[in-house]
Design a protein. Structure first.
Length: 78
């Protein structure tokens, strides 16, 4: 069984984690300046970032499982 689909899924999580780490550093600068007190827009973008990560985890995992069910991998259901 090939590990390439799972490896690409974990690489995608690594990229999202790295981007989140960079954005967290930028976020700290916004907090220091006082821009975070704007409220709704700031919270909205934080919710969007969290939703992107959750959607990637759920649907990306489903996609990887579907890849392993294809004919090119042994034990596929199709």
């Amino acid at each position: 069984m090939s590990f390439i689909p799972a490896l690409s899924y974990f690489a995608g999580m690594g990229v999202l984690g790295f981007v989140g780490w960079l954005l967290d550093g930028i976020l700290q600068d916004f907090v220091d300046v006082g821009i975070h007190e704007s409220g709704t827009v700031f919270s909205f973008f934080m919710y969007i970032w969290s939703a992107v990560f959750i959607v990637y985890l759920v649907f990306g995992g489903y996609y990887v499982i579907r890849l392993y069910n294809e004919d090119q991998y042994r034990g596929g259901m199709y």
